[in-house]
Design a protein. Structure first.
Ligand code: 13P
Length: 340
């Protein structure tokens, strides 16, 4: 393992002013996104959509990296350039989702374990040859009465650490993503309690598995009210609770934290990130690794038609720019009304 190379890439992924575009939707997820714009999920539609995103004028300057799906890392622009090569040529680091999804955890009703460790070493070798310099693995923790159990939290943290160790062995920076879902009617306090528990287990397992912390990126949820909670904590409270919780668990050796958006609206996700970055000197670089919060408006603007290609690109560039400002704590909601 070349530690200095891992650290160099991890730092580049979380450089101030930029963030990560999560475009690694699995086949099932991208079909749901396309259903919303009444578009068939064919391989060519998926390719064309990703080309629209990756070639958007004015977006790359705010993107440090893009997370790809197995199909996407093998696809090309319409004029034949493999997507990972195109991204690298434009200063954007290609990454790859390597988990096989969250599956029911046998014996623990309502809980999941993320699969994908079998054969992972060999897959990482191939992905590195295809151009990937970082990877992503997402553990999913749901909040319900009596859930999560300590066992499910530990099992998921253990899998994350095994994945991270294999990535670093192959000189690929692991994005470690333990997502506490915002689905449900729970309070922000309950989210903080569970996120505390999850991050505690994750960093305990990462230490036990000898992960080189300087060569990884954490992708957590923000500490936030459940979507159906009758009382929604204001943005300043989300920012304060999130930073408090992260400070308890994330060693300063970790170069950066790149949040998932998790179902927040694009504007909320940007505002929260900016407020977090206004909370004084943080020990890590704090940025975004958004899927829906970067893509929702671009997908609608595109609409699956060649005529919408440029409109979709403008929407992506706008969200990338506003989130880039948020990494510097310089976003204000008044900026939303400016032209894309
Ligand atoms: P969202 O920002 O839509 O939550 O997606 C980020 C991601 O990569 C989830 O794994």
């Amino acid at each position: 393992m070349n530690r200095s190379e891992l650290e160099r890439v991890a730092r580049a992924m979380v450089v101030k002013g930029k963030g990560i575009l999560a475009a690694d939707e699995s086949s099932g997820t991208i079909k749901r996104r396309f259903d919303a714009i009444k578009l068939d999920s064919t391989e060519e539609h998926r390719r064309s959509y990703r080309e629209m995103l990756f070639t958007a004028p004015g977006a790359a300057q705010y993107l440090s990296g893009v997370i790809l799906f197995d199909e996407t890392i093998r696809q090309r622009t319409h004029d034949g350039v493999p997507f990972p090569d195109y991204l690298a040529q434009h200063g954007v680091i290609p990454g790859i989702k390597v988990d096989a999804g969250a599956k029911p955890l046998a014996g623990f009703a309502g809980e999941t374990i993320t699969e994908g460790l079998d054969g992972l070493r060999e897959r990482l070798v191939e992905y590195r040859k295809l151009g990937a310099r970082f990877a992503k693995w997402r553990a999913v923790i749901d909040i319900q009465d009596g859930i999560p159990t300590a066992f499910a939290v530990r099992a998921n943290a253990h899998a994350l650490a095994r994945y991270a160790a294999l990535c670093q062995e192959q000189e690929i920076v692991p994005i470690v993503e333990p997502e506490v879902l915002m689905d449900g009617a729970h309070s922000i306090d309950r989210c903080e309690e569970v996120t505390d528990q999850v991050l505690g287990e994750v960093f305990g397992c990462l230490a036990a598995h000898r992960i080189y912390l300087e060569g990884m990126v954490l992708k957590p949820n923000m500490v936030i009210s459940g979507k159906q909670a009758p009382e929604q904590a204001p943005p300043e409270q989300v920012a304060a609770a999130t930073v408090r919780c992260l400070k308890r668990h994330v060693p300063p050796a970790v170069p950066g934290i790149a949040f998932l958006s998790g179902g927040q609206s694009p504007e909320e996700a940007t505002l929260h990130l900016s407020l977090i970055n206004q909370l004084g000197a943080l020990p890590w670089s704090v940025t975004f690794s958004y899927g829906r919060a970067l893509q929702d408006t671009a997908l609608k603007g595109w609409g699956g038609t060649p005529a919408g290609f440029a409109a979709g690109q403008q929407e992506l560039a706008k969200r990338a720019r506003l989130n880039g400002l948020a990494t510097l704590g310089r976003y204000q909601s008044g900026l939303e009304s400016q032209a894309a």
